[in-house]
Design a protein around this ligand. Structure first.
Ligand SMILES: C[S@@+](CC[C@H](N)C(=O)[O-])C[C@H]1O[C@@H](n2cnc3c(N)ncnc32)[C@H](O)[C@@H]1O
Length: 254
């Protein structure tokens, strides 16, 4: 059951009986448009800014987790799966990283905390409102020298790919996939088409079991030992311990 503490944040919990069709759909399927629709993401930014000292990355991450447990459900990777992501970044020691699906910037903060000095993370988000929330939190946490947000999608006709071509011309050492579940495989193919991966590049993908990314999962299993070598991490959906999930950590064999 979702709980909220901020006034005016309860719309997503009510059964919608009136309003335009897009508005009703948005309320029936929270997060399908990137935000829950009740202001919780903006409330999160206010909470982080009000309750953590500027420049304190650990405090910002802890505050986001606290908000997600106590105030309103968020679709961050969360603590349990976040630890898997942390370990993968530490092991890969990447210099250039790409994230698909910024949301409020939580996983980017976790990545920034453990990536080597001098590394740069480029994080792509379809929703401008989410990107604004993430940018506020990143500025406050002091990571904007190494975390760079882009609004767009990899399949937006070349606009976003074009903006990335300069910064990632030397290739990508690490990719974190956590956006539209039906877009995991097609966007990975776009990245491969750009020849941005090299043998040893690591791709971590969230939500392989829940809500599930079956085409991506089947692709990785089909190419195991030839194009990719994958470690499957059994885990749980963010911020609870009942629903099972899987995180894939795949090394490109070239
Ligand atoms: C699960 S959330 C990402 C959570 C974030 N990685 C974290 O752990 O803090 C998914 C995000 O992907 C965005 N999104 C959906 N489809 C996208 C696409 N094709 N390209 C970029 N972002 C997309 C959504 O708007 C949403 O903010």
């Amino acid at each position: 059951m979702w709980r909220t503490v901020e006034a005016g944040m309860s719309a997503a919990k009510q059964w919608p009986t009136h309003g335009s069709l897009p508005r009703i759909l948005r309320r029936l399927t929270p997060f399908s448009y990137g935000q829950a629709g009740d202001g919780r993401e903006r409330a999160l930014a206010r909470y982080v800014l009000a309750n953590t000292p500027p420049g304190d990355l650990d405090a910002a991450i802890a505050a986001i987790d606290r908000f997600a447990y106590r105030n309103a459900r968020l679709i961050n990777i969360g603590e349990e799966k976040g630890a898997i992501l942390d370990a993968a970044v530490r092991a890969a020691r990447p210099a250039r990283l790409l994230e698909l699906g910024t949301y409020c910037g939580y996983s980017a903060l976790r990545i920034a905390r453990v990536m080597p000095p001098g590394a740069h993370l480029y994080s792509i988000e379809r929703g401008a409102a989410n990107a604004r929330v993430a940018a506020r939190i990143w500025r406050h946490a002091g990571v904007t020298d190494r975390v760079h947000g882009l609004v767009g999608t990899l399949d937006d006709g070349g606009a976003t790919l074009g903006r990335l071509r300069g910064p990632v011309a030397g290739g990508l050492d690490f990719v974190f996939i956590d956006h539209g579940k039906d877009e995991y495989l097609s966007d990975l193919r776009l990245i491969l088409g750009e020849r941005w991966l090299h043998p040893g590049s690591v791709v971590v993908a969230d939500n392989i079991e829940y809500p599930g990314a079956p085409a991506y999962r089947d692709y990785m299993r089909r190419h195991e030992g030839t194009l990719w070598s994958t470690v499957e991490h059994p885990t749980h959906v963010e911020y609870q311990s009942e629903l099972r999930d899987l995180v894939f950590e795949s090394t490109y064999l070239g």
